[in-house]
Design a protein around this ligand. Structure first.
Ligand SMILES: O=C(O)CCC(=O)C(=O)O
Length: 392
């Protein structure tokens, strides 16, 4: 994360209103490109646990899919309530240890901070060396309203340890079955993060491809860096949502700076499509797909609960990337410990939704009784689980 606390806008920075107007023109073109591709609809299985072949084909062709209407109203309401409470309990400012009501802020007890902040409408990573320098080019940073706060929450980490509904979401049987279809039955977790984009305030995420470790691997292919789900708590619109450039997951590392230069210096890349969603929709995006989100000058709140999965073969023996922690090689034990979060999540879900058929996670088949959701497994498996993320 950028530690900058103030931002000096150049005289060429657009106002938020100018940015929103430019986005509206871009949106119309993006939406018509998106309509041609389609790549959206309800989750369908051809046979128990086997994702419909046309969905798989569409995902592998374009590098993304939008699953509609996945999260039922009851669960969505629980997720929203948990998220509202979480944001209410965020530190009042970046380094504060109390929330806006003077209570001890959420997350102080964990090893990794639960919140990151940015000045409104800014891009903390574009053109920097953060996160392996993968965000090659800076996004437009519109000038926020004069009464905007100095900092706004940008991302929330460690959702499984702070929000029980989020832990249950992590055990969602259909989403885990999809992960199995994409990455094999021994798939592993990646990490999770919640992107919070408040209307008129939310920062941007510069164009990037996620993977850091396997671009030059002899066995490189379009699935080697896994994928991310984003569960949308509210309607996302082209002004607030994630944009992707279809098909780029097959191209290897792309020259983002060159693409922006060729586009006259504009970050509104010509082939991109918006992943607009309704509440409860879930996007699946290949981590090698070129993607970004713009400063949120729209009127729409976006909260995207984001969690990803990998092939086990991509992770085992890989040297971890993406965190500031000591470089570590992911061995069997590390993978098992982080994967145990899935086992506990499946049971947490079973306890809350006993009529639903639970997902059977093959690496923990037969170990279910050791990973029942309880205070004991919270302490043993869930607390600080994100220090064991499997970032590649
Ligand atoms: O949702 C966003 O705005 C950015 C998501 C993203 O960059 C990611 O999931 O890697």
């Amino acid at each position: 994360m950028s530690e900058a606390t103030t931002v000096e806008h150049t005289t060429t920075a657009p106002s938020a209103a100018e940015h929103a107007a430019a986005m509206a023109r871009y949106t119309a073109e993006g939406e018509s490109r998106a309509r041609v591709i389609g790549n959206r609809g309800p989750i369908r299985f051809d046979a128990p646990g086997r994702l419909a072949q046309d969905i798989l084909d569409a995902y592998w062709q374009h590098g993304f899919y939008v699953f509609e209407n996945v999260i039922r109203a009851e669960e969505l309401a629980e997720l929203r309530a948990a998220m509202t409470d979480t944001l209410d309990r965020a530190p009042v400012a970046r380094d504060a240890d109390v929330d806006a009501r003077g209570r001890p802020a959420l997350g102080l007890e964990f090893e990794r901070p639960s919140f990151t902040f940015v000045p409104p409408l800014t891009d903390p990573w574009g053109g920097t060396k953060h996160l392996g320098g993968r965000h090659q080019s800076k996004m437009t940073e519109p000038v926020p309203a004069t009464d905007a706060p100095e900092q706004v929450v940008y991302m929330v980490y460690g959702m499984c340890q702070t929000m029980e509904p989020a832990l249950r979401l992590y055990g969602h049987p259909q989403l885990l079955a999809i992960a199995e279809n994409i990455n094999g039955p021994d798939f592993t977790p990646f990490n999770d993060a919640i992107f919070v984009k408040q209307p008129g305030l939310g920062g941007s995420v510069a164009w990037h491809q996620d993977g850091l470790t396997h671009w030059t691997a002899p066995n490189w292919d379009e699935g080697i860096h896994g994928f991310n789900f984003q569960v949308q708590l509210y309607a996302t619109t082209p002004g607030s949502c994630l944009w992707v450039v279809p098909g780029t997951h097959k191209l290897g590392k792309v020259d983002i700076k060159g693409m922006v230069a060729e586009n006259g210096g504009s970050d509104r890349l010509p082939d991109a499509v918006p992943l607009a969603c309704e509440p409860g929709d879930v996007t699946m995006v290949n981590r090698q797909l070129l993607h970004a989100s713009f400063a949120n000058t729209s009127r729409d709140l976006r909260i995207s609960m984001t969690f990803g999965f990998h092939r086990r073969s991509s992770v085992l023996g890989a040297k971890g990337a993406l965190t500031n922690m000591e470089p570590v090689v992911y061995d069997e034990e590390r993978i098992f410990d982080r994967s145990a979060v899935i086992a506990v999540a499946v049971d947490a879900r079973r306890q809350r939704f006993p009529d639903e058929t639970s997902y059977v996670y093959q690496p923990f088949a037969g170990l279910e009784d050791e990973y029942r959701w309880s205070q004991e497994t919270y302490e043993r498996v869930i607390r600080d689980y994100n220090t064991k993320d499997l970032g590649i």
